[in-house]
Design a protein around this ligand. Structure first.
Ligand code: PFF
Ligand code: NA
Length: 437
């Protein structure tokens, strides 16, 4: 076994790659629609609490393990476990994470495929001047057109695999260096557009008026699960990227940058969508179709709608791509350790995910189950085990050296969050949703 000898070109490439992984369909597609389904403000508040108290500490832990282990999640965790005089079985956490990544890819690529279809529809002006009804029908037609969905899903999977097959520096690194500036540019353009055209007040009330009576145990579980999903935590994606982290710089600031960007982009996406939902007499709780219905309605009726529609759905596709590559990378890195050629392992794993994607296209229940099980069960359990591993199993002097944040207040807060707050929080939410407390 060799240790990873590739690194990102610079700390910035790491930040771009990790932010690319975090910012994705979770922010723009999923966050607004689950906020709609679970009733708005109180849900958003719980989600923000989970990001800060659980997500940020776990992300620091993941990057630390990856950088210290300099390997894929399985080998990094087993190596650190062994070196600490504890068990190398901790590698199993990484293995489950690799499977979770493929399972996420099985529905992620389908939604990304919808976004690609909407890029095409925007460019060809298919929904311009269409009525609200026509646009709703248009989306349900896509959902029942399995051939069309398969074409886009296959294309998206192929592009993802081609990037990952290119390797860490020339594939993933190069891709995020090109994609992320475009993503940020498009986002600013759209922000300006909705600033001029949007009506924020109803949307703001929906997102930030907290009505705790709407907050069920299920809603809390989904909010916590989404905190993991949106930050790409609990499955080793960020850990795998951390293995290529150059040098020994402090991890804390890097993580705050990534988490802040991810959160802001989710909130902005919500604030762009809900005003339109209410202005057009739609319901916020209509589920996965929310983005594909409300935004086309707006774009259909607004000046420059075609142009901005094209920009918007291209942005979504780019965000999805910079995330999907990180869903495959942990498994590829793991197989690389056994001498499997990168191109072979990439297309092999992408092929498995592609087959699962066919199943979620054909059976809505498969789509929903993959989404629910990964986000609300596998990622939080993965995160819990990573928190226990770094907080309790690894000795404090080793973590202190490896995270390199000094041994002052920030380090102490991080360790308390990791040892007590995150594990207790995750367990409480689970017990609560199992109706045991
Ligand atoms: N964080 C991504 C999003 O919000 O769309 C989804 C994701 C990517 C989850 C990579 C997990 C992961 F490992
Ligand atoms: Na995200």
């Amino acid at each position: 076994m060799t240790t990873a000898n590739v690194t990102w070109k610079s700390r910035w490439t790491f930040i771009l790659a990790a932010t690319g992984s975090a910012v994705g369909l979770g922010n723009i597609w999923k966050f607004p629609y689950i906020t709609g389904e679970y009733g708005g403000g109180a849900f958003v508040l719980v989600y923000l609490g989970c990001i800060l108290l659980i997500g940020v500490p776990v992300m620091i832990a993941e990057i630390m393990v990856g950088r210290a282990g300099r390997s894929d999640p399985v080998h990094s965790m087993s190596k650190l476990g062994r070196e600490a005089g504890k068990s190398s079985y901790w590698g199993a956490v990484g293995a489950v994470g690799i499977i979770a990544g493929l399972m996420i890819m099985m529905f992620y690529s389908v939604v990304a495929g919808w976004a690609l279809e909407y890029v095409a529809q925007s460019i060809t002006g298919l929904y311009s001047d269409a009525s609200t009804d026509e646009i709703e029908t248009n989306f349900s037609n896509l959902l029942s057109d399995n051939t069309q969905q398969t074409i886009w899903h296959s294309l998206f999977t192929l592009v993802t695999a081609s990037v990952v097959a290119g390797g860490v520096t020339k594939g993933i690194g190069k891709a995020v260096e090109i994609l992320m500036p475009i993503l940020f540019g498009f986002l600013l353009l759209l922000l300006g557009y909705s600033w001029v055209n949007g009506d924020f007040s109803a949307g703001l009330h929906f997102m930030f008026d907290t009505d705790f009576s709407k907050l069920t145990g299920e809603a809390i579980l989904v909010a916590m699960g989404h905190a993991f999903f949106t930050l790409s935590l609990g499955m080793g994606a960020i850990m795998a990227y951390g293995a290529y982290f150059p040098g020994k710089t402090s991890i804390g600031k890097t993580v705050l940058t990534i988490a802040a960007l991810d959160t802001v982009i989710a909130l902005v996406a919500g604030m762009a969508m809900f005003p339109l939902v209410f202005a057009n007499g739609l319901t916020p709780g209509q589920g996965p179709g929310l983005m594909f219905v409300t935004l086309p309605i707006a774009f259909a009726n607004m000046n420059g709608g075609l142009f901005f529609g094209t920009i918007f759905f291209s942005l979504v596709s780019i965000a999805a791509l910079s995330s999907s590559i990180s869903l495959i990378e942990p498994g590829v890195a793991w197989l690389e350790k056994y001498g499997v050629k990168r191109s072979l392992s990439t297309f092999g794993l992408a092929g498995i995910a592609w087959l699962g994607g066919l199943a979620s296209i054909h059976y809505g229940a498969v789509f929903n189950a993959l989404d629910y099980i990964t986000a609300n069960i596998m990622l939080p359990i993965g995160g819990l085990l990573i928190a226990i591993f770094v907080g309790w199993v690894l000795p404090a002097n080793i973590t202190a050296t490896e995270v390199n944040m000094g041994e002052g207040l920030i380090f102490k807060c991080w360790r308390i969050a990791l040892r007590y707050i995150a594990p207790a929080g995750i367990l409480l939410v689970f017990l609560n949703s199992l109706k045991l407390i």
